[in-house]
Design a binder for this molecule. Structure first.
Ligand SMILES: [Zn+2]
Length: 339
């Protein structure tokens, strides 16, 4: 169910008016659009995205071998928590984007069907949550195709968006852009324009852009940052959502509003909304990063849903809206160029 009725009117670069769907509380047959324009006094469009994986798959636990009974527990809790999130989204009539680990289509097909049936977008989060760095271009292609096919088969909807586990599309894995484009994906949302020990491309644009790999390019929807004192702070979700006071995310969203394409991309994981889950046996630092602020997450999500009511849409709606102005988007070379 891709929203229709989006238009872009291009008059001049300074007065360009982009219309993207910004109201997801309307049903698909009565979708309403809000106008976003350069420096216009509107609020940005906000994409809520959820990376759906069982808790033991997180990068911090990559070196652990999790016993099968604990994996089973996390799988059950992942489904329960995702369903609670679906209920909250439904209460606010918000449609979101869910980037889902492909294997979950095999283990929880009913959950995938219900997410799609509620009008949310289904995207790929890889087959089994391996970082892009662990693949060759060929094995990455197999992983991507396998996850996409499994998700499409179960959901009955096309999968055109990708979010790499641990934002692992970086300069080292620029070839992944070529593979994503060659496989027919319409966009990626894996390049975090921040400095971080595990991921990030600090000089990447902070608004939607065309990312160029060695030979292909693709639309990129980067997670939101807050630029402060010459640095991009990662305020879009995850641990930062739990650690930083809520005004940091608000500032990041407000700052997007002043940029040429005011789209805020936020990201969360279902396990972050499950404060009662058994804790993984992580080292001290990792444990802190993983669980900090976890008891506040549900309250904070509720606050977001209230505060930005009427401004939410799915990533695919942004992508459809940008189709006709693709050539005007900033272009960013991620990897070296080969002709
Ligand atoms: Zn993930």
């Amino acid at each position: 169910m891709i929203a229709s009725g989006m238009t872009f009117t291009t008059t001049s670069p300074r007065s360009r008016t982009a219309t993207v769907p910004g109201r997801t509380e309307a049903g698909p047959e009565e979708s309403t659009a809000v106008s976003v324009a350069e420096h216009a006094p509107t609020q940005p469009t906000v994409v809520l995205s959820f990376d759906v994986e069982e808790h033991h798959r997180i990068e911090a636990a990559a070196a652990l071998s999790c016993p099968s009974d604990q994996r089973a527990t996390y799988a059950v809790r992942m489904e329960e928590t995702t369903r609670r999130i679906l209920d909250r989204l439904a209460a606010y009539r918000v449609r979101a984007t869910f980037y889902i680990v492909g294997e979950i289509a095999r283990t929880h097909p009913g959950l995938i069907r219900d997410i799609a049936a509620a009008g949310h977008e289904i995207g790929s989060h890889g087959w089994d949550h391996r970082r892009v760095h662990t693949f060759t271009p060929e094995s990455f292609r197999r992983d991507l195709v396998q996850s996409r096919e499994a998700l499409e088969e179960v959901s009955g909807t096309p999968v055109v968006g990708y979010r790499a586990p641990t934002f692992s599309v970086t300069r080292q894995t620029a070839w992944a852009v070529d593979v994503l484009a060659e496989c027919g994906l319409r966009y990626d949302s894996s390049i975090f324009p921040v400095r971080h020990d595990r991921y990030g491309v600090p000089d990447a644009p902070r608004t939607p852009f065309l990312v160029a790999g060695p030979s292909r390019s693709l639309l990129e929807l980067p997670p939101t940052t807050w630029r402060l004192a010459g640095q991009n702070l990662p305020v879009a979700g995850g641990g930062y959502f739990r650690l930083f006071p809520p005004f940091c995310m608000d500032r990041g969203i407000a700052q997007q509003h002043r940029l040429s394409l005011p789209v805020a991309m936020l990201y969360f994981h279902p396990w972050e909304f499950d404060p009662g889950q058994p804790r993984l046996p992580l080292g001290r630092m990792s444990r802190w990063r993983t669980y900090v602020g976890i008891t506040k997450s549900n309250r904070r999500l509720e606050r977001l849903l209230q505060n930005y009511q009427g401004l939410f849409c799915r990533a695919i709606d942004i992508v459809n809206g940008l189709d006709s102005v693709r050539h005007e988007l900033p272009r960013f070379q991620l990897g070296s160029h080969h002709d």
